[in-house]
Design a protein around this ligand. Structure first.
Ligand SMILES: [Zn+2]
Length: 856
């Protein structure tokens, strides 16, 4: 009997050398038992076989999909997906039945059922999401671990239902002013249309996807445009016997949501094999500390600030970890979560934007000598261990979860080994953007240090572009970074959590942002795969005639990512590579449409590239910050009392040659009517400014507002600090004589309030005298971009010595900055500045006019 495999669209073909490792494994299995049929289908060749069984043969269905009479959700949906895609591939519909019929020769069993059990196949012993693909003479079994999640009441079915109907029930249950981390938002982990919970185990569905992938189906990006389909009139029954267990148990991506309003998003999430952990993760302390009633009733639960006051006014206030009351509530909260919501683990991690409590019990627990990533390590982790030990008495099978993050990122020194009910998560536990060896080794070393502290595997979060679109204007392609980090961390981590920038329920700019989660997802399932083989197939199938050009663009963008934000030449080159790709594929083809989506994303990159290529004007002012870390300042550097007065030795000890720098008239650069001057210092990873503003006692400054973030601040007298670091362009900090502050990240749009999400965490003190007002400002600076929503991000600016610059051995790393004083609200509005603007400048916001600052 002759079987002809007709391939109507050869474009999908995958030559064997391009098949992924897992594909190859399958191919080899098939090869051993049969006559190359699969390889031939992949390769797009016509094959003459004999005695094979077919699922679809010459456009006619030969099979039926057999489900249990009571199928698990994952199996039932798996059967539908299989039916859908077999039809897309071959144009033929295969029936789904719960009782095998005599109509079809070949049976495809999806999910565990009474029928497949008769063949001796069960899901027994399979781990979460794992599956078997087994075939016989005339059957194929796709059977996996399918566990159905059941939510516990109270939980809200949609956003408003919590406050309207469920919250009261929760409050009664809790008996305390606690926020609810589960019931309030769990609807986001449920897709109503598909009736699928994110926490379900979906082994059988994953088996179906693996089989379809084996047939050549690819889901690179959400939606039809992201899909690559083979076309054939015949699909053979494979010879296979394989058990697949994902290399990571939990494979979480922040977006798209499984509950996205766009079904295509949810489907893509499922098809790439993502999932999530049912638990309380991320900043668990917030649920005990955030509620306004709690903050009012128990100020002693909250961190004491340097001014001696408890920080209970802010929703995101940090806790005092020495407070026994807080400890008791944290334990009670965890117990309620364990008992009522049956979560396997509860986070006891501090709230985001952590500040170390300055009360008598906490203050000295800071280990300043360990630097910004370790100041609070012993302090925070000792709290975690105390809570864990208490919980182990009642719930020995449950876990306590905490992140190694911000000032407690380094492992504690006093704790030799964490108890076994503590799970550690490392933020950016593998590099996310950096291909360089230093970043790779630093991450490996941190994981090693933590692994020495715990018997459990680690969890990692990867902030690709968290919650905002910050920094997301450069091309974002990091397949090799992911590959390298995952291969190095495989076996050490059980969970990866990709935080990806988003637009509503889906990916932000999916045309570009699909590649990182897609590559990660393939490696989550089989980390041994060769990423370049995966990519070669991707370029060919997804970009067709522009494959080579897109490869060149993506490769270059990944390699030069770090410098693309500051080096105009490299940015231009990246765009040239992209434009070649754009020219290589007709714009009306699917390939052209995919490239157009990338092009849309590149709009800001194009304008930034132009801006970078405009040389900074000559003759802009420079300012040298005094480095208080130098030994000669050792007696004065701790003298600063933040009172706005500028009278401490911290400021006054340096008086040569120009202790104060005068501001000049905004347009004319002349001396302003009301003099203003500033000083800058660098000390302990903070940038300090002292500013003194004189005024005529007859025209005292007008205070627009006393409240932070109140736009009325701009209506009165104020200072504007604009700061561009080596890593970020740029920050805006507005301060008025009352000490009210507005801080903004000007790299993102002012619309939708995104710029306001950033907090400088500035410490500001002002003083108003008879004929002047003055201010002391401390701006904490971090070199790590793991948390882009807090603090200024940048390396300490410095200027290389003249001889080093001349010999080419040293390069300076300046920051750029401007300072304005605006006498708004007075009769004669006068604005003075550090670096005056040109006559035609329309606003302050002229980064190219910023003066240089550096530490020498
Ligand atoms: Zn305290």
């Amino acid at each position: 009997m002759l079987h002809l495999v007709r391939v109507t669209e050869p474009a999908f073909g995958i030559p064997e050398e391009m098949a992924t490792t897992s594909d190859k494994r399958i191919i080899n299995t098939v090869f051993r038992f049969r006559c190359f049929l699969f390889v031939m289908i992949f390769a797009g060749f016509i094959n003459i076989g004999h005695s094979e069984q077919f699922i679809v043969e010459d456009g006619k269905t030969k099979a039926e999909i057999v489900l249990s009479t009571k199928p698990a959700r994952a199996a039932e949906f798996g059967a539908q997906e299989l039916q859908t895609y077999l039809e897309k591939i071959s144009g033929t519909r295969v029936k789904i039945v719960s009782e095998p019929t005599a109509d079809a020769l070949v049976k495809i069993y999806v999910g565990e059922s009474e029928h497949v059990k008769r063949l001796g196949i069960t899901a027994k012993g399979l781990k979460r999401d794992a599956f078997k693909m087994v075939s016989g003479a005339n059957w194929l079994a796709l059977v996996g671990n399918d566990l159905e999640f059941e939510p516990r009441e109270p939980w809200a079915r949609q956003h408003n239902q919590w406050a309207d109907e469920k919250q009261a029930e929760w409050e009664k249950l809790a008996g305390k002013p606690w926020m609810n981390p589960i019931g309030r938002s769990i609807y986001r982990d449920y897709n109503r249309q598909l009736d699928i919970w994110n926490f379900d185990h979906r082994g059988s569905l994953n088996a179906v996807y693996a089989f379809l992938r084996q047939l050549g189906v690819r889901w690179y990006m959400p939606g039809a445009l992201g899909e690559v389909l083979p076309r054939t009139t015949s699909v053979a029954l494979p010879q296979i016997n394989r058990t697949v267990t994902p290399d990571w148990e939990v494979r979480s991506i922040l977006r798209p949501l499984i509950s996205s309003n766009e079904l295509a998003d949810a489907l893509w999430y499922l098809r790439i094999g993502a999932n999530n952990q049912y638990a309380v993760l991320h900043h668990g302390q917030r649920y005990v500390t955030e509620h306004p009633d709690q903050r009012k009733a128990h100020p002693e639960y909250y961190a004491m600030l340097a001014n001696g006051k408890r920080d209970n006014s802010r929703k995101t206030a940090s806790a005092c970890l020495s407070s026994e009351g807080l400890f008791d509530e944290m334990v009670a909260f965890a117990r309620l979560m364990f008992d009522h919501y049956e979560v396997p683990m509860v986070s006891v991690m501090p709230h985001d934007g952590f500040t170390h409590c300055q009360c008598d019990l906490c203050r000295d627990q800071a280990t300043i000598q360990r630097g910004p990533s370790g100041i609070s390590s012993d302090y925070v982790w000792e709290f975690v261990v105390r809570v864990a030990n208490e919980l182990a008495k009642t719930h020995p099978d449950r876990k306590v979860f905490c992140g190694a993050y911000s000032t407690y990122r380094l492992p504690p020194l006093k704790i030799h080994k964490l108890p076994d009910n503590v799970l550690v998560q490392i933020t950016n536990g593998r590099p996310i953007r950096e291909l360089d060896d230093d970043a790779h080794q630093a991450a490996a070393s941190l994981r090693k240090q933590w692994r020495a502290k715990t018997n459990n595997p680690l969890s990692v979060t990867l902030n690709f572009s968290p919650f905002t679109h910050r920094g997301a204007w450069r091309p974002q392609y990091w397949p090799h970074v992911a590959d390298r980090g995952m291969k190095a961390s495989h076996g050490q981590t059980w969970r990866e959590d990709l935080q990806i920038s988003f637009e509503k329920g889906g990916l932000h700019h999916p045309g570009m942002s699909h590649l990182n989660p897609w590559v990660s997802s393939r490696l989550w399932w089989d980390v041994e795969q060769d990423v370049d083989v995966l990519l070669a197939e991707y370029y060919k199938l997804f970009y067709g005639p522009a494959a080579a050009e897109m490869k060149a663009f993506i490769k270059f963008s990944e390699k030069e990512y770090v410098r693309l934000g500051s080096n105009g030449e490299l940015a231009s080159h990246a765009l040239e590579l992209f434009d070649k790709a754009k020219a290589a594929a007709p714009s009306t083809s699917v390939y052209g449409k995919r490239i157009a989506l990338v092009d849309e994303f590149l709009t800001i990159f194009r304008s930034r590239s132009k801006q970078m290529n405009v040389p900074r004007p000559e003759g802009l002012p420079e300012y040298r910050l005094i480095d208080m870390g130098k030994d000669k300042w050792r007696d004065v550097r701790d003298s600063l009392k933040m009172d706005g007065k500028l009278d401490e030795k911290f400021w006054t000890a340096y008086n040569y040659p120009r202790p104060l720098r005068h501001l000049r008239h905004l347009r004319t650069a002349a001396k302003p009517k009301d003099a203003a001057e500033f000083m800058g210092r660098w000390w302990k990873s903070s940038l300090y400014f002292g500013v003194r503003c004189e005024f005529d006692p007859d025209q005292p400054p007008v205070t627009g507002s006393r409240k932070h973030h109140d736009p009325a601040i701009w209506q009165g007298e104020h200072l504007e600090l604009l700061i561009e670091t080596d890593k970020h362009s740029y920050y805006q900090i507005v301060i008025n004589p009352a000490g009210a502050v507005i801080d903004l990240d000007r790299s993102v749009t002012l619309k939708q309030g995104r710029a306001y999400e950033w907090s400088s965490q500035a410490e500001v003190a002002t003083h108003v005298g008879n004929d002047f007002w003055s201010v002391e400002i401390r701006l904490p600076v971090t070199t790590s971009d793991e948390d882009p929503l807090h603090q200024i991000i940048g390396n300490q600016p410095f200027e290389a010595k003249a001889e080093a610059r001349a010999s080419g051995k040293g390069t300076s790393l300046p920051w750029y900055f401007n300072l304005f004083r605006k006498r708004s609200g007075t009769e004669e509005v006068e604005t003075s500045s550090f670096s005056p603007l040109t006559e035609d400048a329309k606003s302050f916001h002229e980064p190219l006019r910023f003066g240089k600052i550096y530490v020498r």
